[in-house]
Design a protein around this ligand. Structure first.
Ligand code: HEM
Ligand SMILES: [Cu+2]
Length: 511
């Protein structure tokens, strides 16, 4: 471990890369990939069980593995990667040493111990409570302890990020205002503090309740505060993803935001309004009045949607401007057709934007109205929606970025560049099929989190629309394709990180 002051100068970007930062980005990113591997294996097993033609697992294992899938993907993969991103976005992008690297290692250990504790509890069947762990479902106290340790670790990671921003400012390591990517990541980190505070407020009493020290925990209150944590964490993902979009635009075509002020104000809209969306999870609950729900989720929340729409237009625009400057000016779309489609970062950026916007975003805005929430709540349409946002959007963007982080920060040459280039295409096709299949089946009433969608063992005879089977088959094909795409990602990144050729200190090659 270094004392935090040694650095090298990146031959491509000219930025200082501090040894301590490099190690911490490395460990957090590699750990993230281990968790996406666990979550991906669970995805395959759960997905094949939902396919009536295979119906792989027993009901007990299905729910255990579904719980594991949700947590390993949505929490462990994403948050470890985000912490790596925060250290990169503060220390590397601002040319600054990282604040308190030893404390950052402590944060890492807390997160790791927390995640392992959670997984042990889930896999041994002591915490089959799904990702949302709704009260009165009860898990082993160690499960809640694991979540709390993980959240405290992540909170310390955010503090390191803010500390690094302060050091960079005090030591004048950059000129003018912070770069847009760092600005966006700061918005993500601010939202993270609110999110993790909600997590602490709800999981501490739940831990005490599972220990028998508190006897009554109100499910309505649990759901309200849980979603302050569970939904807001999705906003961290959105904000981090948008920051990565700007980064990918810069890395692949040298795109620069055309109007930085607008992009920055859009990030501010996220901080101010996005938490309101948390209440869309309560639209079918009797706790809040219809007036309150509608005002909140059908009016105020749109100010956050506005922010996403600004980014979704600003990014293609800055890509177009950068490409036109290079001389691709023929017709309306030469800038797009002549874009670097054969380099993984570009298709990852475009598919992430497309799937997030057109599949995840539009369904989210529609299902987030009180009327349609009643129809789609707890159906597979919901799962279709959020695989569009958090998988086709965030995960795909993070995957694309990885192929640049490995040569730039870890100084290893990518093994399997062709596979890396194909990977975003395969993964995107898989996720699109999953989202359409789940969306179609869900719209016809197929429930989410259900072990047997044919209801063969139902106590009360139940008939379902046979078209559901068509959509579940589409989803199942999507599951297989996406898992192949996911395996390509894990394979390329793990092989490259551990066995890729070590690059020479002055070697200025990205891919
Ligand atoms: C190869 C990629 C993936 C496949 C094939 C896949 C497939 C599935 C399937 C089949 C379900 C079960 C839905 C149900 O029966 O209710 C599910 C649930 C879920 N997935 Fe994925 N998924 C993938 C990636 C991801 C990623 C990357 C994330 C998050 C970043 C994610 C987050 C979730 C969540 C939160 C649930 C709901 C868990 C719950 O209901 O408690 N998935 N996924
Ligand atoms: Cu939500």
């Amino acid at each position: 471990m270094s004392n935090g002051s040694e650095f090298r100068t990146c031959p491509i970007t000219g930025k200082k890369v501090f040894a301590a930062t490099q190690n911490l980005v490395w460990i957090n990113a590699v750990t993230a990939v281990v968790f996406i591997l666990v979550g991906g294996i669970m995805a395959l097993l759960v997905g094949l069980t939902r396919w009536p033609a295979v119906h792989l697992l027993s009901a007990d294992l299905f729910y255990r593995f579904l719980t594991a899938h949700g947590l390993n993907m949505l929490v462990f993969w994403i948050v470890f990667f985000e912490i790596a991103g925060l250290y990169f976005g503060s220390s590397v992008l601002l040319n600054s040493r990282l604040a308190a690297p030893k404390v950052a290692w402590l944060a890492y250990l807390l997160m790791l111990v927390g995640a392992v504790l959670v997984d042990v509890m889930v896999f041994t069947g002591k915490a089959t409570v799904m990702f949302s762990s709704y009260v009165p479902l009860q898990a082993d106290p160690l499960y809640y302890l694991g979540i709390i340790l993980f959240a405290v670790g992540a909170l310390i990671g955010c503090a390191i990020f803010f500390g690094t921003l302060a050091i960079a400012k005090a030591e004048k390591t950059y000129e003018g205002s912070v770069p847009l990517v760092t600005f966006g990541l700061s918005a993500a980190a601010i939202i993270a503090v609110f999110t993790l505070a909600c997590g602490a407020i709800i999981y501490i009493p739940t831990l005490l309740w599972s220990l028998g020290l508190i006897t009554n925990l109100d499910p309505g209150v649990y759901r309200l505060i849980f979603w302050g944590f569970g939904h807001s964490s999705q906003q961290i993902n959105v904000t981090a993803m948008v920051s990565v979009w700007y980064l990918l635009g810069a890395l692949t075509v040298g795109a620069k935001p055309v109007n930085e002020k607008i992009c920055r104000s859009a990030f501010l809209l996220y901080i101010l309004f996005i938490n309101l969306a948390s209440e869309h999870h309560l639209l079918t609950d009797p706790t809040l009045s219809p007036y309150h729900k509608m005002a909140n989720t059908s009016y105020f929340m749109y100010l956050a949607v506005l922010a996403s729409m600004i980014h979704a237009l600003a990014i293609p625009m800055c890509v177009e401007v950068a490409q036109r400057k290079k001389g691709y000016t023929k017709g309306l779309f030469e800038w797009l057709t002549k874009a670097p489609w054969g380099e993984p970062g570009f298709p990852a950026l475009i598919f992430s934007l497309f799937i997030f916007g057109f599949i995840g975003g539009i369904t989210g805005v529609v299902y987030g109205t009180e009327q349609l929430s009643i129809k789609t709540h707890n159906t597979w349409a919901m799962t279709g929606h959020f695989h569009g946002t958090v998988v086709g959007g965030t995960t795909l963007a993070f995957m694309g970025l990885t192929y640049y982080v490995i040569p730039l920060i870890f100084r290893r040459e990518i093994i399997g560049k062709k596979i890396a280039t194909l990977q975003p295409y395969i993964f995107a096709i898989g996720i699109i099929l999953i989202a359409l299949g789940m969306g179609g089946a869900g719209t016809l009433g197929s429930p989410r989190r259900h072990w047997d969608i044919t209801f063969a063992d139902a106590v009360i005879p139940f008939s379902f629309d046979p078209a559901v089977l068509f959509f579940t088959t589409i989803a199942a094909i999507g599951v297989i394709v996406a898992v192949v795409g996911g395996a390509m990602y894990v394979g390329v990144s793990v092989l490259s990180v551990f066995f890729g050729r070590k690059m020479a200190p002055n070697e200025a090659k990205m891919l």
